[in-house]
Design a protein around this ligand. Structure first.
Ligand code: UDP
Length: 243
């Protein structure tokens, strides 16, 4: 059965639970279907209103999960059920948990030099037997791209986690995913930073109180300006209702 999609500011976001998202991703891997997966939070959805390339990529992505309380709120406000938030970080953890039992290979691409190595060590501690078969930091020039592509092709991962930030990770994947021929690629933003302990995740109570966005804004002053995206998003969604 096709997964229901909800139109939020012109982007089709899938309405599904974490368990359903994991099942869908595993199906793509089993079928060796090349699939681009995006995790849409309010900031990303806001960005699509000024970046039509990003909007087009999301609308043709195979799966766009509702990453964040803002996305779930928007769907509900527009009159659609959205069972729960499927955060990119959590989705990546669920997939890594299953990977050893399924003999899957994972590739970490992105984040600052040294971070992916630390994230790999953390993954090996959390998920014994996991095969993080390739690593590449996310700072490169166009001239480095052939080598990066060749390495991913050589490793042939089942899952490629791309942490280059929004919208770089989505645009990079859109350009190269078919050529890479990797079943599943997911843009995961700061996931490797969190795993490496470079960036803290909000405490559980704050996540439950739907305040993760506030925590991130306060912890990283450089991001504080990005906090304004949230009220802007709320207003835009409200204005879009009934249109
Ligand atoms: N990053 C990267 N290459 C770049 C720019 C950023 O690898 O050219 C990494 C950065 O080190 C961080 C991640 O991309 O690990 C972006 O994380 P952020 O939390 O900003 O993600 P967003 O909220 O933009 O998805």
């Amino acid at each position: 059965m096709p997964i229901e999609q909800v139109n939020i500011l012109g982007v089709r976001v899938h309405s599904l639970t974490m368990a359903e998202a994991v099942e869908q991703v595993e199906t793509y891997i089993d079928e060796k279907k090349v699939a681009l997966i995006a995790t849409a939070n309010a900031e990303m959805l806001m960005r699509t209103t000024e970046d039509s390339e990003l909007k087009d990529i999301l609308n043709k992505a195979d799966l766009v999960v509702p990453d964040g309380a803002g996305t779930v709120w928007a769907a509900n406000h527009l009159g659609h059920a959205m069972p729960e938030r499927v955060a990119g970080y959590d989705l990546a953890q669920e997939l890594m948990k299953l990977a050893p039992g399924k003999n899957q290979k994972i590739y970490f691409f992105g984040s600052a030099p040294g971070v992916a190595e630390k994230a790999k060590a953390k993954a090996e501690e959390l998920y014994p037997g996991i095969n993080i078969a390739g690593l590449r930091n996310g700072f490169f020039t166009e001239a480095d791209e052939p080598e990066i592509i060749a390495d991913i092709k050589r490793v042939q991962p089942d899952i490629l986690l791309v942490a280059l930030g929004v919208p770089k990770q989505e645009k990079w994947l859109n350009k190269y995913l078919q050529e890479l021929n990797v079943p599943v690629a997911i843009g995961v933003g700061g996931t490797l930073d969190v795993m490496a302990g470079v960036m803290e995740r909000a405490p559980l109570w704050m996540q439950k109180a739907k305040l993760e966005w506030l925590f991130r804004g306060l912890k990283q002053p450089s991001r504080a300006g990005r906090l304004i995206a949230l009220p802007k998003f709320v207003l835009k969604v409200m204005a879009s209702k009934g249109k």
